[in-house]
Write a protein that binds this ligand. Structure first.
Ligand SMILES: [Zn+2]
Length: 195
């Protein structure tokens, strides 16, 4: 299974924050065994991790990129990317520029904060690391996972794309002479767009 750049960056969160190789090995064992339940995404990734000793609620909070406007502009930069985002089903093999922008949605490892209900006093514990490994797999299967992590869905793409088109139209109208747009002034168009 080819891992896209975004999934590789998520894996780096695990390798960069694991305190030693043993804890990472244990996390990989948990993830392989299917111990990580369904991921809850928004502001991070969280899941119930079931072990022989009981279930733990583990996960990571992840900051939203500060330069969100640049990320949004990158996502909406070309029509093929928007079509891929709005298509039904998972966002697989996004390719090209969209793949790079998705990778930019992964916060730096130092920005992620692990949490767990277990009694390990050293974080990240194997449960939290297993969640981030499961997140990397989810990102590999569907690039949308990263947008959901930041609370974005297809409705957001539709609204952002509509706003981008309106801004482009307004810029064109403002740049045109009133006579070239058959008597409709930019103020009128602006009012129409605001409705
Ligand atoms: Zn734990």
């Amino acid at each position: 299974m080819r891992r896209p750049p975004a999934a590789r960056r998520v894996l780096e969160v695990a390798t960069a924050s694991a305190l030693d190789e043993d804890v990472l090995k244990e996390a990989r064992r948990l993830a392989r065994r299917g111990a990580v339940g369904a991921l809850a995404l928004e502001g991070g990734a969280f899941a119930v991790v079931t072990t022989p000793d009981g279930a733990q609620h583990a996960g990571w909070s992840a900051p939203t990129p500060t330069a969100w406007e640049a990320v949004e502009a990158g996502l909406l930069a070309d029509a093929a990317a928007v079509r891929a985002l709005l298509g039904p089903g998972p966002l697989e093999h996004a390719g090209g520029a969209l793949e790079d922008v998705l990778a930019d949605l992964v916060p730096e490892p130092s920005g992620w904060e692990p949490r767990c209900t277990c009694e390990e006093w050293l974080l990240p514990c194997p449960h939290a690391l297993a969640v981030v490994l499961a997140l990397a797999d989810a990102v590999t299967r569907d690039g949308w996972t990263l947008l959901q992590l930041h609370g974005k869905d297809r409705d957001w793409v539709v609204a952002a794309e509509a706003a981008r088109r309106a801004r482009t139209l307004l810029a064109e109208v403002d740049g045109a002479q009133p006579s070239t747009i058959s008597g409709v002034t930019s103020t009128c168009v602006r009012r129409e767009l605001a409705m």
